[in-house]
Design a protein around this ligand. Structure first.
Ligand code: GDP
Length: 366
């Protein structure tokens, strides 16, 4: 009881960690997202897991339900409001999406196909993670593809599932894990199966998963919960400073051009004056509507947006406003306190356009 009081107290001050997923093509990034999303569909109906704009909002109670299937998960504090998982897998989103110059992602899932080990884009992804100093875990996906694997139902935790495997399957499993560990060691990363990892600051955790059978999903969620707790509490402290990244610019019937953003810090309000990067220079406009998808419905269903007067970080949000036609995705959004204050306007203009420069350079390079 003491612990849950502590969890409740810190929860008011911590925002949701933002999670990205990257790795080589066909390793199962999209499938893992789908699987996580479909976990506890009944809860989703009751206002649980919701697909947000550009992200999936996984409320803490749903995470807890899965993660406490595992011993380690019972010892954690569930003190963030949710896990916010960015929907666009792949390293384009990881490199281009930034808030204030650093990666939008607090933690990352690097997906490796256990049947293939490290592949060219795995290495690229690792370079990016290294460069941005983003903590990550490795999902060793597709364990069900090992010969003779006996799939266990209901999102079975990995170790429970391993115990049910015949000894030759377990042997193959440990052999493949060892190979991947060696490959990762060759490029400078110490890794361990997460239940053997004694120090997450120095050693990257491996979590065996199957996006098809759901095996290892509780383990994955448990680790996504544990990692920020050990490494990132400070970064997750809620601040009043508004931080937001434009994910996408989209025309929506009845709304005109809208922007989808991830709000990573502060609180944003209907009627706020905002500035975003535009192809022809900064765009200044006023928020007409702050929207999130209706919790009960798929976001693709037209006209099912909920309107909000204000929204607190971290959340995925759709903004409707005039003049967004030339907005540029992947850049930051800022709020202007006083549009008549020339000094402030100049400052915000410079800040916002800094991102445009970095985006242009990264486009030049590729
Ligand atoms: P992405 O390119 O990394 O997003 O990969 P996808 O999620 O599109 O998956 C690529 C292919 O692998 C698809 O045919 C998936 O059905 C399949 N796949 C993904 N995860 C698993 C898994 O855990 N087990 C098996 N057997 N197949 C998987």
């Amino acid at each position: 009881a003491r612990e849950s009081a502590l969890a409740a107290r810190t929860r008011d001050h911590l925002r949701s960690p933002i999670i990205c997923i990257l790795g080589h093509v066909d390793t199962g990034k999209t499938k893992i997202l789908d699987r996580i999303r479909r976990t506890n569909v009944q809860d989703a109906e009751a206002g649980g897991i919701t697909q947000q704009i550009g992200a999936t909002y996984f409320p803490i109670e749903a995470v807890k339900k899965e993660a406490t299937k595992i011993e380690e998960g019972k010892k954690l504090l569930y003190n963030v409001p949710s896990l916010l998982i960015i929907d666009t897998p792949g390293h384009e989103s990881f490199t281009n999406l930034r808030s204030r110059g650093s990666s939008l992602c607090d933690i990352a899932i690097l997906v490796v196909d256990i049947m293939h080990g490290l592949e060219p884009q795995t290495r690229e992804s690792i370079d990016l993670l290294k460069m941005r100093k983003t903590p990550f875990i490795v999902a060793l996906n597709k364990i069900d593809r090992m010969y003779d694997w006996k799939a266990q139902p209901h999102n079975c935790p990995t170790r429970a599932s391993l115990e049910k495997q015949p000894s030759h399957v377990r042997e193959e499993f440990f052999r493949r894990v060892k190979e991947t560990k060696l490959q990762l060691a060759e490029i400078g990363f110490n890794t361990e199966l997460y239940w053997e990892n004694k120090d997450v600051r120095k050693t990257v955790s491996l979590v065996p998963t199957s996006a098809i059978t759901g095996e290892g999903m509780p383990d994955l969620l448990m680790l996504l919960m544990a990692l920020p707790q050990r490494l990132l509490t400070e970064r997750l402290m809620f601040t009043d400073v508004l931080e937001a990244t434009v994910l996408e610019v989209k025309v929506i019937e009845g709304l005109g051009t809208t922007i989808d953003i991830v709000l990573t810090g502060g609180t944003i309000h209907e009627g706020d004056t905002i500035m975003v990067v535009g192809l022809d220079g900064p765009i200044v406009t006023t928020i007409r509507a702050l929207l999130t998808p209706h919790p009960m419905k798929e976001m693709r269903v037209k006209g099912q947006y909920l309107h909000h007067k204000q929204i607190k970080a971290a959340q995925g949000i759709k903004i409707s406003a005039d003049g967004l036609e030339k907005a540029v995705a992947g850049t930051q959004l800022m709020v202007v306190e006083d549009a008549n204050d020339e000094e402030e306007m100049e400052y915000v203009r410079e800040e916002v356009m800094k991102d445009f420069q970095t985006i242009l350079t990264s486009v030049d390079r590729s």
